[in-house]
Design a protein around this ligand. Structure first.
Ligand code: 5AD
Length: 364
């Protein structure tokens, strides 16, 4: 008679009910599960990705239009304390050139990302969004941090379809230590406002942060589910030399893959990217993510002069990562694995996925 492990029982329970308790999820994130059970977890997540999100690998193009940031997040190379980093904000014309390159590559999903700063004027970004929309009909995702509800509303009206605001961690204590002067509550209110305004809303977390526990990551995953996130971005912590966490150990990439697999099993229809942090820390694990739940890859179209300065973590900004060459690599991977690249808008359909948030209007 075959003995069924606790992990296998939990994986079956998760697939049957669509959810688990925080403690149970934490167990599946812990080192206690065997290599065989981990393979099972990945297989199940991969199969659910196929049945609910499809076989396409959605390709998005990102423009990192400014590295100016007022925050002091202790893990991030863009933190305002990093005074040696030269700051930039691309002009409207520069951004339009990038949007054209993305559109000409066939990609219909454009992400505009920046640090968080009042110097990025809401009216200016609204104008950029409008001009892109008029010239290049594609979905636009904005990722510019915490802003007022009226700024979010202005960008939505200008044509933005999605907003990405990572929660980083849902543990209030850890959040406070990582983000001096910031509050988890504010971020939650921003996410709520974005959802109410009709954005396809995305969030995510970092795994392997100093002081983070498996329970805390499990709580993040449950939060994404309760909220009904359309996009869930999970990446490993990579220490940056010019931050207070420079001497900390990097995350192990396998735990990121487990978190991605669990995110998929909890959110069957969500779009889950292979985060750039994962691609930079291990190319092999990056492709592996596409086999355990992830279904999106984002390529940077930021001009090399600026990309060098978008220095979130080491390896992020290397100019040698050319979007065209990377796209060829992904195309070859897709051909090998019988999948196809999907250049469409890649919308999230909330109605396809049952989520408590749509019934109760509450998420936390
Ligand atoms: N390691 C991993 N991810 C990081 N980010 C910023 N700094 C790091 C780091 N050192 C991620 C955060 C942020 C996104 C833009 O980059 O999750 O939301």
């Amino acid at each position: 008679m075959r003995v069924v492990s606790r992990a296998e029982c939990l994986i079956n329970k998760l697939c049957g009910r669509g959810s688990l308790s925080k403690k149970e999820l934490a167990y599946l994130l812990s080192r206690r599960i065997s290599a065989g059970d981990e393979r099972l977890l990945f297989r199940r997540a991969d199969s659910l990705r196929g049945s609910h999100a499809g076989d396409g690998i959605i390709v998005r193009g990102i423009v990192e239009f400014s590295n100016i940031c007022r925050n002091r997040c202790v893990y991030c190379g863009l933190n305002s304390g990093n005074v040696r980093l030269r700051r930039y904000c691309m002009t409207t014309e520069d951004i339009l050139v990038c949007a054209r390159t993305i559109y000409k590559s066939g990609i219909r999903s454009i992400v505009l990302q920046s640090g968080e700063s009042a110097s990025i004027r809401a009216e200016w970004l609204a104008e950029v969004i409008k001009r892109i929309k008029k010239l290049y009909p594609a979905a636009i995702t904005i990722s510019a941090g915490e802003r007022s509800r009226s700024d979010y509303a202005l960008w939505k009206k200008a044509g933005a379809d999605r907003y990405l605001l990572k929660i980083e961690t849902t543990c209030a204590d850890l959040y406070r230590r990582l983000h001096p002067g910031m509050k988890l509550k504010t971020r939650l209110l921003c996410l709520r406002a974005l959802k109410e305004l009709g954005y396809q809303t995305g969030s995510g977390c970092i795994t392997g942060l100093p002081g983070q526990t498996a329970e805390s990551i499990a709580e993040d995953l449950l939060f994404f589910r309760r909220f009904g996130m359309g996009m869930i971005s999970i990446g490993p912590f990579i220490p940056h030399p010019r931050t207070p966490l420079s001497a900390c150990a990097p995350a192990d990439t396998v735990s990121v893959l487990r978190a991605i697999a669990l995110a998929r099993l909890l959110n069957p229809c969500a779009h889950i990217p292979v985060t750039t942090a994962l691609r930079r820390s291990s190319a092999r694990e990056a492709y592996k993510a596409l086999e355990c739940g992830a279904n999106v890859v984002m390529f940077s179209f930021t001009p090399a002069v600026f990309r060098r300065l978008y220095d979130l973590y080491p390896g992020r900004s290397k100019a040698r990562f050319d979007a065209g060459r990377e796209l060829d690599g992904l195309r070859a991977y897709a051909a090998r694995t019988d999948r196809k690249l999907d250049f469409s808008r890649g919308d999230f359909n909330p109605l396809a996925q049952k989520s408590p948030v749509f019934k109760t209007g509450k998420f936390h």
